[in-house]
Design a protein around this ligand. Structure first.
Ligand SMILES: [Zn+2]
Length: 125
């Protein structure tokens, strides 16, 4: 099994609903997102999938969130903007974009989100 990963960062604010503690107040994070792609075989050029293509799709999603108050961005107007839900959001949004990006079948192994250097959530399909 081959695996490639790309990482990007963005800054955004949020506040957690139904939560008692500091994170119910409005605050910001410098988020890091890592998308890991896997597949059994490589395309004829020796790549699983082009890093550039994954980054392009990742940036398109990040652009909706970067320097925003995440609670104001769909679906987080209803869904709690936790790192866990953000990881699944990136996973779901990217899933539909990946097919056709490579000659070979690829899937998302994992989306991992850092809220801080030491606080991490991940979603796997
Ligand atoms: Zn937070």
């Amino acid at each position: 099994m081959f695996e490639v990963a790309v990482e990007k960062t963005f800054a955004a604010g949020h506040s957690l609903r139904n939560y008692k503690g500091k994170c119910e107040n409005v605050h910001g994070h410098n988020y890091r997102v890592r998308v890991t792609i896997e597949g059994n075989s490589l395309a004829s050029n020796g790549l699983l999938v082009d890093f550039v293509d994954i980054k392009k799709e990742l940036v398109a999603i990040i652009d909706r969130l970067d320097h925003q108050f995440i609670n104001d961005v769909e679906p987080f107007t209803v869904l709690n903007p936790s790192a866990e839900n953000l990881a699944k959001y990136f996973y779901d949004e990217l899933s539909g974009k990946l097919s056709g990006r490579s000659e070979v079948p690829v899937s998302i192994a994992e989306v991992r989100i850092w809220e801080t250097d030491t606080s991490i959530a991940a979603y796997r399909g």
